[in-house]
Design a protein around this ligand. Sequence first.
Ligand code: PEP
Length: 250
Amino acid sequence: MRDKIVAGNWKMNNDLAQTEDLLSNIKNLYKENEGVRVIVAPSFTNLYHSFESLRNSKIEVAAQNMNENSEGAFTGEVSARMLTSVGVKIVILGHSERRAIFKETDELLAKKVDAALENDMEVIFCCGEELNERKAEKHFEIVKQQLEKGLFHLSEEQWEKIIIAYEPVWAIGTGETASPEQAQEMHAFIRKSISEKFGSELANKIAILYGGSVKPGNAQEIFAKEDVDGGLIGGASLKAEDFMAIANAF
Ligand code: PEP
């Protein structure tokens, strides 16, 4: 059985007091559900506090990004070791906002993936097409390319630390969600692509999350699809009630 995962990407939201509030509300509403992992990804400045605050809880903490270098003259950047030193063992890489706004390329992301794995971290690797690419029916090609360039150099052992998040860019923060069928179609394609390269045993172990305007009202039908193993949640993860309703949608 694959892990089911619901991860909240808080993006550049919540100062320390707001982080404390949200964590405390999430902790109060959290119901342990065997086989379902709940992860929150606060900003860098709130990671240590979040980790401390969740110390006796099963809720996990992820970072939203990291630098590919181990240390040195990279002003303003944060390394994998800095993250692991405060207890963080999961990092989101390749979010479409990092790709679009901060110009992160597939080649750079492959280096970031390597750095995370060298530090024994799990990676939530985001992929997904833009609206014009879907309209041009290039969505499968684009996602396959992102996977090939970002992840296909890894060994089978390294894949144990990989979680994939399919996030069609046109559905992120727009209120527009891919239909459960569109999500399933792409998730099955992703699994098939991994299977063709690494075999079905490995492909069947990889959790593939859907991201893009998931809400309490649509989570259940999306998560019910065979190849959808959970969600990466943006806006709705900023409200404890909504986020936990999504986590309880399994
Ligand atoms: C995201 O940014 O990863 C995301 C899925 O955002 P939203 O849920 O707000 O669409």
